[in-house]
Ligand binder design. Structure first.
Ligand code: SF4
Length: 327
């Protein structure tokens, strides 16, 4: 498969109907990221990217604008254009130019979903200044826990991330700053981030960062490590109440699993490719694919059968909840 930009609809409670732009280097690699999170839905990193210089220039701003021109018109009710997917978008140093170029041709607000790893760099912060919304993942206020959960590439330090997020909040031109607190539990003796000690430290650090909004969530798809489990709803609600007390209900959003979402109203150009692209971005259940692409069971069934027989996708998860993913 040749290198290409992957587009796909994303349906989420926070972003509504969003067109995902995935500025990846190598589609043969499952992900292009400088983390290898224990909860990653894309599985283990074949290769952990060390920094932007590793991916520089692979997908250019010109290429993004050329291909997005027709694509964004294919979804009627688009709320956001979102940079996210199988890579960490801030690794591409043309991100700021890409965002400015897209803004010159359409009025959709632009969101970047980032793992926060590079916000300590000034060039990365200046790229992010072009976006309307930055959703930055943050898992712990302790360096040890951060390293155990996110497993960053060498040279990435929690201290720099905290400083970088604070710097974004104080920039004159800046995106709205949303922090996504990804919480995990475990079946083994692993340094999880849902304990009282971790939550109190998270609150202390997030108070320093002072984000515009905070989203509390847990894993909803099969994680890279089998010993990682979702935080139960009861505990998530307790944690969200604690955040409410400190930050106010308006700033805190609790995301529980299994939310029903409306169908996408997407016009299709090549439905087989769109199904494959969606699965390439993240493992999905049969139902999630139908909802995201706005197609019926009857339309999807033969496409899944074809992708399975060509071994382009495989099944994962449990017998109660089967996910499709790329091998
Ligand atoms: S969860 Fe996101 S940040 Fe973590 S390894 Fe996967 S793609 Fe990278």
């Amino acid at each position: 498969m040749k290198t290409r930009i992957i587009y796909g609809p994303i349906l989420s409670r926070r972003l509504g109907r969003s067109l995902g732009v995935d500025i990846i280097k190598n589609p043969d690699s499952r992900k292009n990221c400088n983390y290898d999170c224990v909860y990653c839905q894309l599985g283990h990193a074949d290769y952990k990217v060390t920094g932007p210089e590793d991916v520089k220039g692979t997908i250019t701003a010109t290429k993004v604008i050329e291909s997005i021109q027709s694509y964004h018109r294919n979804i009627d009710d688009l709320d956001y254009i979102t940079f996210s997917g199988t890579c960490e978008p801030t690794l591409n140093l043309e991100l700021g130019e890409m965002i400015s170029n897209i803004k010159s041709i359409c009025e959709h607000p632009i969101c970047v979903i980032s793992n926060s790893s590079l916000v300590g760099r000034e060039d990365v912060r200046s790229n992010l200044a072009e976006a309307d919304l930055l959703i930055a993942t943050f898992v712990s206020g302790y360096e040890d826990t951060f390293r155990s959960i996110n497993r960053p590439a060498p040279g990435i330090r929690l201290e720099d991330i905290i400083k970088g997020l604070k710097a974004i909040k104080s920039m004159e031109k800046r995106p709205k700053l949303g922090i996504e607190v990804m919480l995990v539990d475990s079946e083994i003796d692993f340094p999880v981030n849902c304990t009282d000690r971790e939550i109190e430290r998270l609150i202390e650090v997030l108070k320093q960062i002072d984000p515009d909004e905070i989203e509390i969530l847990t894993i909803s798809r099969p994680p890279a490590e089998k010993y990682i489990t979702a935080v139960p709803d009861t505990r998530l609600k307790e944690i969200a109440s604690r955040f409410d007390e400190e930050f106010g209900k308006d700033r805190v959003r609790l995301v529980l699993r299994g939310l029903k979402r409306g169908r996408s109203k997407m016009r299709h150009q090549n439905i087989d490719e769109e199904v494959y692209d969606l699965i390439l971005r993240r493992p999905c259940t049969f139902r999630q694919i139908c909802t995201s692409l706005g197609i019926t069971d009857l339309e999807l069934r033969p496409i899944i059968a074809k992708l399975m027989s060509s071994k382009s996708i495989v099944e994962t998860g449990s017998s109660e909840e089967v996910y499709y993913k790329t091998p």
